[in-house]
Design a protein around this ligand. Structure first.
Ligand code: KG4
Ligand code: ZN
Length: 367
């Protein structure tokens, strides 16, 4: 690691860890103020839709084809040349490694060609700072990170300082939305489609299991819900049935997120008595209106302020990667040009090693 000394940071961020090719220019002023100068996202949804989910090989190829033009558009929309940048930040993991390598290699090439510092950003750290893109939100805060690949509660003390309070022991919440949506015959990505189908549905008509709610920890589980919903879906005949099941599933996921968050809020409040209590939700599932509403109530009941990124920064984007990079640059943290692409990269490495709750796999803990 080397040090950087610029008071303001203007950073090109690159995001290619899943099915979005994204580039953004963010300026972080010396006083901490944040300006998003551009944020360009090319979604690959149409390319993956026929397969009902993200196909890693198709994703990697699509990133290769568009990264050049997407980065050029982000620079043009910001009205800047590469010479105006003070750094380059690229997602280095966790994610689909073929895609991660595309954005990271592109970022390394720009850094090398322009003599700029490189920051290899943890995608989850990007989500963790995403609420800071829309508001002046100081550290420290309790974070519920809910996306397609992750579902965890983190005590975020500052840049790179996260302590995990809980995590899913099977699927992530977004994954549960996507898989259940598929059994309901909805297109990928399932979360937004299921939210739409659930409108006006009766959430109380189909009883669904309340997973792990008897346990005192802050861990999540969605696999029982997935199985129960799939069984019920098999017997459904009418559109009203499907709507009611969608409403029940959405309510069950929102309840579990709210109830486990409530436990974490209590722990956090005990540990940080007398300080400002802030609760932040980030990641794609934070776009769900019922989830937001339940979490807003939960936070208020425990005396926490509630923060969520603007909708555009809930799902994957490069502005959050650029900001995470700028925050690291402001602390003098940079990475060498041989920084590796990492398919697995937990934010709280110690907790993940001690209790690899989410899909441990051969390569180590994912979350
Ligand atoms: O953060 P994200 O874009 O990518 C990951 O890092 O995983 O999150 C994508 C996930 C998908 O599972 C998608 O179905 C879910 O977020 N999602 C939603 C909604 N919008 C996106 N889930 C429920 N309701 C939504 N409105
Ligand atoms: Zn993400």
């Amino acid at each position: 690691m080397t040090t950087a000394t610029q008071p303001d940071h203007t950073v090109l961020g690159l995001e290619t860890s899943c099915d979005e090719t994204a580039a953004s220019v963010v300026r972080r002023h010396a006083d901490g103020r944040v300006e998003v100068l551009s944020s360009v996202i090319a979604s690959q949804v149409a390319e993956h839709a026929p397969f009902g989910g993200v196909v890693p090989e198709i994703a990697a190829r699509a990133h290769v084809e568009s990264i050049d033009s997407i980065a050029a558009r982000a620079m043009a929309e910001a009205g800047l040349g590469y010479g105006d940048l003070t750094g380059v930040a690229a997602t280095a993991g966790p994610g689909l490694v073929g895609g991660v390598m595309v954005g990271l290699s592109f970022g390394k090439a720009v850094a090398l060609a322009r003599g700029l510092p490189l920051v290899a950003v943890n995608h989850l750290e990007g989500h963790a700072v995403s609420a800071r893109l829309g508001a002046d939100l100081p550290y420290r805060f309790l974070l519920l990170l809910v996306s397609g690949g992750h579902c965890q509660l983190l005590d975020v003390a500052g840049v790179g300082a996260c302590r995990r309070l809980g995590s899913t022991i099977d699927d992530a919440a977004g994954e549960a939305f996507d898989k259940i949506a598929k059994t309901l015959g909805l297109p990928y990505p399932g979360g937004p489609a299921l939210e739409k189908l659930a409108e006006g549905g009766d959430p109380a008509r189909f009883p669904l299991p309340r997973m792990l709610l008897g346990r005192k920890d802050c861990d999540f589980s969605f696999s029982g819900l997935k199985t129960a919903a799939a069984r019920i879906a098999e017997g459904l005949t009418s559109e009203v049935d499907r709507r009611d099941l969608a409403a029940a599933v959405q309510a069950a996921i929102a309840s579990q997120l709210a109830e486990k968050s409530d436990r974490a809020l209590q722990i956090y409040a005990r540990e940080h008595q007398g300080r400002d209590l802030r609760f932040v939700v980030a990641g794609g599932v934070a776009a769900n209106r019922l989830v937001r509403a339940r979490l807003t109530e939960t936070a208020a009941a425990r005396g926490f302020s509630f923060h969520a990124p603007p909708l555009a920064y809930c799902t994957d984007n490069a502005a959050m990667i650029a900001l995470a990079g700028a925050e690291r640059l402001a602390l003098g943290l940079t990475d060498p040009l041989d920084a590796p692409a990492r398919p697995r990269w937990p934010l709280d490495a110690a907790a993940a090693a001690a209790s690899p709750t989410h899909v441990p796999g051969r390569k180590g803990a994912k979350a």
